[in-house]
Design a protein around this ligand. Structure first.
Ligand code: PMP
Length: 447
């Protein structure tokens, strides 16, 4: 735990990759085909993966633009809005024609269109908060807004596996940072107890402000936040709760409203609700939702609002339209079907992987499913075996995980059919046998 949090918070790991170390460059050269593969289609259930290199007489690697159609298990396209949608796409095209791809201006200058205003109202209503502010990038929502919320003299208590955008925001704020053991409310309480006495009024303690930062679904673990326990501890110690719902908003809960809806937490108890539009909504950008005063304050003080070009209008339109579909306001029940489908797909796939003997992290209902590879040497082996059978998986290793906790991170979508999932299971099972990553591998076939 300590190793992980130290690494995460002090940025040792990225420096390692950036610096010109001979062995790291050599290692990267050998596995680079497993990362950053270009695709030449929408990130749907199936995707065209560009074969970046062709083996020319086994001597030189040449670039190619040829692509192969692969089953896509890597995109965060949870509800299937990442590709053509009969309701959203025509509205986005119309918006593109009317407004153009960029607003060419920040929100406070000429970058607020009627669509931006509608989007903020729509998001606030959807997530269950009085107001919301949107930004052009999910990453920047955390990294630019956390420093506006808290500064020197404040205390941030962060889950040890929080996303790097949160880590960067926390570091940039100048506040003191403490880390609690991943998704462990009892440890959060211990950390809080070390800092303040239970029930101590906010005005009588050594910190100007305390913010506890957690995620709805942890992107590398697939785990759902223990939000009810965390909220009640924060109430007890009068700390603010900041919840990053990048992977949970739109993906879990009866109407896709995320972890609060799934676990029955009152949104009034979560002070700052953050999320991104890049996953379930098939768009780009992020939001913060909270009280009217908080959002007003952010609109006056957040550099990403004042000085960055606003989210493009067609992207904003995509989000509004996707939320309408989710809530059935497009006049169909496709939204409810998508939500039922992602849940069914995720629970089916997770259970089948476990039956096959894989070690799969995460919770039921979570569409994020890391399959543990452990040994970093298995990263390219697993990735290549899957790709050979036209299944594209995302593999993750150091520095995004500790060196010996490499994994393949499967993301399930509502747009996967049962046949897609069965094919994926067959290919993954074979790759798992070949790489020796199952608890109980299949018995060798009799000759
Ligand atoms: N928060 C979390 C928890 C994330 O996983 C991510 C990226 N996947 C972000 C924020 C950044 O979001 P975006 O990719 O939309 O910039």
């Amino acid at each position: 735990f300590d190793w992980w949090s130290t690494n995460n918070l002090h940025g040792y790991a990225p420096i390692c990759l950036a610096h010109e170390d001979f062995y790291i460059r050599r290692l990267y050269h050998r596995i680079q085909d497993c990362f950053g593969r270009p695709i030449s289609s929408a990130p749907d259930a199936w995707v065209d993966v560009v074969e970046r290199f062709s083996n020319d007489n086994n001597k030189t690697l040449k670039r190619t633009t040829k692509s192969t159609r692969c089953l896509n298990l890597g995109s965060y396209n949870y509800l299937g809005f990442g590709s053509y949608d009969e309701y959203c796409t025509p509205l986005v095209i119309e918006s593109l024609k009317k407004f153009s791809p960029s607003t060419c201006s920040s929100r406070v200058d000429a970058g607020t269109t009627s669509v931006h205003a509608e989007l903020e109202e729509c998001v606030a209503k959807y997530v269950g908060k009085p107001a919301a502010i949107v930004t052009g990038m999910g990453y920047a929502t955390n990294s630019a807004i956390i420093p506006v919320l808290i500064g020197k003299g404040g205390l941030i208590i962060s889950d040890s596996l929080n996303h790097t955008s949160i880590v960067n925001g926390a570091r940039g704020s100048g506040a003191t940072i403490r880390v609690f053991q991943h998704n462990t409310p009892a440890h959060l309480e211990r950390v809080l107890k070390e800092q303040i006495a239970e029930g101590q009024p906010r005005t009588h303690r050594p910190w100007k402000k305390i913010i506890v930062v957690v995620e709805g679904i942890y992107s590398m673990e697939g785990e759902i936040c223990q939000l009810p326990e965390i909220v009640s501890i924060c109430k007890k110690y009068k700390a603010y709760v900041y919840l990053d719902e990048a992977h949970s908003i739109g993906a879990i809960g009866k109407t896709g409203r995320g972890v609060c809806e799934l676990l029955g937490v009152d949104t009034a108890d979560v002070d700052i609700m953050m999320g991104t539009f890049t996953k379930s909504f098939g768009s780009c950008g992020g939001y913060i939702a909270g009280s009217k005063d908080l959002i007003q304050y952010l609109k006056y003080h957040c550099p990403a609002h004042l000085y960055a070009t606003s989210i493009s209008t067609p992207s904003a339109q995509q989000i509004i339209s996707a939320i309408k579909v989710i809530l059935g306001e497009d006049g169909s029940n496709r939204g409810a079907q998508k939500l039922a489908r992602i849940r069914e797909n995720s629970n089916f796939f997770r259970a089948e992987l476990q039956k096959m003997g894989f070690e799969v992290l995460g919770d039921n209902d979570s569409p994020v499913m890391p399959i543990m590879l452990y040994n970093p040497a298995k990263i390219p082996a697993f990735s290549r075996e899957c790709l050979r059978e036209n299944v594209a998986v995302v593999v993750v290793g150091f520095p995004a995980t500790p060196l010996l906790l490499a994994r393949a991170r499967i993301c399930i979508s509502a747009s996967h059919s049962r046949e897609d999932l069965l094919k994926a299971l067959q290919v993954i099972s074979k790759a798992g046998d070949l790489t020796g990553i199952k608890y109980f591998p299949a018995a060798p076939k009799k000759q």
